[in-house]
Design a protein around this ligand. Structure first.
Ligand code: KG4
Ligand code: ZN
Length: 337
C-alpha cells in the first residue's frame, strides 16, 4: 500500500439508473470518469423501472470499468482501493456495482471501502475545494432532504430532515401533474424560470424545527390542477411551476438559514441532484453573501449521480478507517446518521 498522500481510488456507483466508474486521486483530483445513463430507456415508462435498471447495469458495468481505466491510462495494479456505493438505492441496481467491486477487490487484492450514497453527494464538494469545519451540508436529492452538521471528515450529525417526501421526489410528482416527461425535476425548474408566481401555495412546515415536509405542498398542487380542470379553466403551467418552486425553495432556505444562525456556521455546502436547481443555487448564493458565509455548490456534472463523488468520499472513509470485506451486502434503505 502506498502512502495515503498519493492514493488512487476507483469508485463505483450503480444505485439507480446510472452506471458509473471513476478514478480520483487523494479525494480531490478527478483522473477519469465514465457515466452510462439509462434516462432515455426509463423515460418511456415515466420513471425508473427497477428490473430494467438492473439488467442495464449488468450489460454496462464491465464496459464502464474498462473505459474508465483506459481513459485514465491506468491498470488495476495502480489502483489503491475500491470505493463502492452499498446503499441506499434500488437493491437490484446496487447489487450489480457491489458484486463488480467485490470481484475486483478479491482478484486484485485491494481494500474495499463501503460508501453511503449521500456521503458521496456531500463529498462531491471536496472535488471543488477543501472542506472547512464545522460545516453544514444541505442534502437535497430524489430520496433525501436533510440538514447535516459535520465537525470533521466523516463525522455527520443530522439536525433535521423531511417528515415525508424528499424535495426531488416532490419535484418529480409535481412535474408529472403538469405533464412533463421524466425526469421531471429539471424540466419543471426550466419551466419555472419563464413565468410569474400567480398561484397561492402554502409554505410547508413553517416552524422552528430543522425539518421539512413536502407532501402537503404536493397535494396542494395536485388539488389545484384538478380544480382548474373541473372548472374548465386552462392551467398556466409556467405560473404553477414558478409558484411551486418559489414556495419549495423558500421553505428549504428558511430552515438552512435558521441552522446557520443557531450553529454559528461559516461554511455551507449543498449536495444531491436538486443542487442543480437554478432557483436554489441563486438563493443559496444570496444567503451566503447576506450572512457572510462561504458557500460550496458542486458544478452540474457532480450534482447528478456519478462515481467521482463516491471515489472522493471513499478516500475520506478510508482515512476514517472504514473497510468492508466480501460479506458486504447492499442496503436499499440505510441512514447516513
Ligand atoms: O441525487 P439524485 O440523483 O437522487 C438521489 O440520490 O436520491 O437526484 C435526483 C433528483 C430527482 O428527483 C430530480 O428530479 C432532481 O434530483 N433534480 C432536480 C433538478 N435536477 C435534478 N430538481 C429540481 N431542479 C433541478 N434542476
Ligand atoms: Zn443520488
Amino acid at each position: 500500500m502506498k502512502e495515503t498522500k498519493e492514493m488512487y481510488i476507483l469508485g463505483i456507483e450503480s444505485s439507480c439508473d446510472e452506471t458509473s466508474a471513476s478514478i480520483v486521486k487523494n479525494g480531490t483530483e478527478e483522473i477519469a470518469t465514465v457515466i452510462s445513463s439509462q434516462i432515455d430507456i426509463h423515460k418511456n415508462y415515466g420513471g425508473v423501472v427497477p428490473e430494467i435498471a438492473s439488467r442495464h447495469h449488468v450489460k454496462n458495468i464491465t464496459i464502464v470499468l474498462e473505459e474508465c481505466l483506459q481513459r485514465a491510462n491506468m491498470t488495476m495494479d495502480q489502483i489503491d482501493a475500491i470505493a463502492i456505493t452499498y446503499g441506499p438505492g434500488l437493491i437490484g441496481s446496487l447489487l450489480i456495482g457491489l458484486e463488480a467491486a467485490k470481484t475486483l477487490s478479491f482478484i486484485y487484492n485491494k481494500p474495499l471501502i463501503p460508501v453511503h450514497h449521500i456521503a458521496g453527494h456531500i463529498y462531491a464538494n471536496s472535488l471543488v475545494r477543501p472542506f472547512q469545519f464545522p460545516l453544514l451540508a444541505l442534502v437535497v436529492s430524489g430520496g433525501h432532504t436533510e440538514i447535516i452538521e459535520m465537525t470533521n471528515h466523516y463525522k455527520f450529525n443530522k439536525l433535521g430532515g423531511t417528515l415525508d417526501d424528499a424535495i426531488g421526489e416532490c419535484y418529480d410528482k409535481v412535474a408529472r401533474v403538469i405533464g412533463l416527461e421524466y425526469p421531471g425535476g429539471k424540466k419543471l425548474d426550466k419551466l419555472a424560470q419563464l413565468e410569474k408566481c400567480t398561484y397561492q401555495l402554502p409554505i410547508p412546515l413553517h416552524d422552528d424545527s430543522y425539518n421539512f415536509s413536502f407532501s402537503g405542498l404536493k397535494s396542494a398542487v395536485i388539488n389545484l390542477a384538478h380544480n382548474e380542470e373541473q372548472r374548465g379553466r386552462e392551467l398556466n403551467k409556467e405560473d404553477l411551476a414558478a409558484s411551486f418552486e418559489k414556495v419549495a425553495i423558500e421553505s428549504v432556505i428558511n430552515k438552512v438559514k435558521k441552522a446557520v444562525i443557531d450553529k454559528k456556521i461559516k461554511y455551507l455546502i449543498v449536495a444531491g441532484g436538486v443542487a442543480a436547481n437554478q432557483r436554489l443555487r441563486k438563493e443559496i448564493e444570496k444567503l451566503g453573501s447576506e450572512m457572510n458565509i462561504e458557500i460550496s455548490i458542486p458544478p452540474m456534472k457532480y450534482c447528478t449521480d456519478n462515481a467521482t463523488m463516491i471515489a472522493a468520499a471513499g478516500y475520506y472513509a478510508y482515512l476514517d478507517g472504514r473497510r468492508a470485506d466480501l460479506s458486504l451486502n447492499s442496503k436499499s434503505q440505510d441512514k447516513l446518521v
